[in-house]
Design a protein around this ligand. Structure first.
Ligand SMILES: NC(=O)c1ccc[n+]([C@@H]2O[C@H](COP(=O)([O-])OP(=O)(O)OC[C@H]3O[C@@H](n4cnc5c(N)ncnc54)[C@H](OP(=O)(O)O)[C@@H]3O)[C@@H](O)[C@H]2O)c1
Length: 208
C-alpha cells in the first residue's frame, strides 16, 4: 500500500518515519523539495515529491498540515476520488488554554468530506502528541489510535496501517465522531499544558 504524507512537520515527519521503519511505502508531499535530504535523513527509506505528485501515486493520503490549511492543501492535490484521505488535523485556538474551534461542518474531517465528494475520509492520528507518532508505545503497551469514518474498508486500511506502525487501532464509529476526536485532542492539549501532565500522556480504552 502506497502512503503519501502531506505536511512533513512534527506529526507527518514522525508518522512517516515510523511507517517507513515498519516497511510501508511512504512518500512525503512537501512544497519545497530542498527539504528532501533532511527529511530522508530523519525518515530513512522514504521518498519525497511535490504534494500533488505524492498524493496521486498513493492509495492512502495522510493530511498532517495546520487545520487552517487543510481544505486548501487537500484541494491542491488534484482528484483524490476513490482514495483514502486520513485527516490528522486539529482545529484549535488558544485563549489562556486550548479551545476547540471547529468549522461550521462540525469537524475538519467533515469539512474535507463535504468539499471532496467521493474521497473516503478517515479521522485518525490526531488525539495524542507527535512523540507517539515517532514511537507508538506508552505505559508499557501500544498507544490507542481511534479512527472515525463512514467507509468500513477505508477504516480497515487505516487500522492496518496503524497496527503495522505499532498502535492499537480502535474503531470510534462514523465520520460524525471525528468531531469527538478533535475535541479529544483539545482535551489532550489541555491536560498536557494547563493541566500540568506533560506530553507523555495518552488516552487508552480499557475494559474488564
Ligand atoms: N504537534 C502535535 O503534537 C500534534 C498532534 C496531533 C495532531 N496534530 C495536528 O497535526 C497537524 C500538523 O501539526 P504539526 O505539529 O505536525 O505541524 P507543523 O510541524 O507545523 O507541520 C505542518 C506541515 O504542514 C506543511 N504545510 C502547511 N501548509 C501546507 C500546504 N498547503 N500544503 C502542503 N503542506 C503544507 C508545512 O510545510 P511548509 O514547511 O511548507 O510550511 C509543515 O511541514 C495540525 O493540524 C495539528 O493540529 C499535531
Amino acid at each position: 500500500m502506497r502512503v503519501a504524507i502531506i505536511g512533513a512537520g512534527n506529526v507527518g515527519g514522525n508518522l512517516g518515519a515510523t511507517l517507513a521503519k515498519a516497511g510501508v511505502d511512504v512518500t512525503f508531499g512537501v512544497r519545497d523539495l530542498a527539504d528532501a535530504p533532511a527529511l530522508q535523513q530523519r525518515a530513512p527509506g522514504t521518498a519525497v515529491a511535490l504534494p500533488a505528485d505524492a498524493a496521486q501515486a498513493a492509495e492512502v493520503v495522510v493530511l498532517t498540515v495546520p487545520a487552517a490549511a487543510a481544505l486548501d492543501a487537500a484541494r491542491s492535490l488534484g482528484d483524490l476520488g476513490g482514495k483514502v484521505l486520513v485527516d490528522a488535523t486539529n482545529p484549535v485556538a488558544w485563549q489562556d488554554g486550548p479551545v476547540l474551534a471547529p468549522p461550521p461542518e462540525g469537524s475538519i474531517a467533515a469539512a474535507l468530506a463535504g468539499a471532496l465528494p467521493g474521497v473516503r475520509v478517515v479521522k485518525a492520528f490526531n488525539h495524542f502528541g507527535a512523540e507517539l507518532h515517532a514511537e507508538p508505545r506508552i505505559a508499557g503497551g501500544p498507544a490507542d489510535a481511534l479512527l472515525a469514518g463512514d467507509d468500513i474498508e477505508a477504516k480497515r486500511m487505516v487500522a492496518g496501517l496503524a497496527e503495522r506502525a505499532g498502535f492499537r487501532a480502535v474503531d470510534a464509529g462514523p465520520l460524525r465522531n471525528a468531531a469527538l476526536l478533535e475535541a479529544q485532542a483539545v482535551l489532550w492539549i489541555h491536560l498536557a499544558t494547563k493541566g500540568g501532565h506533560g506530553r507523555r500522556i495518552a488516552f487508552r480504552l480499557v475494559r474488564d
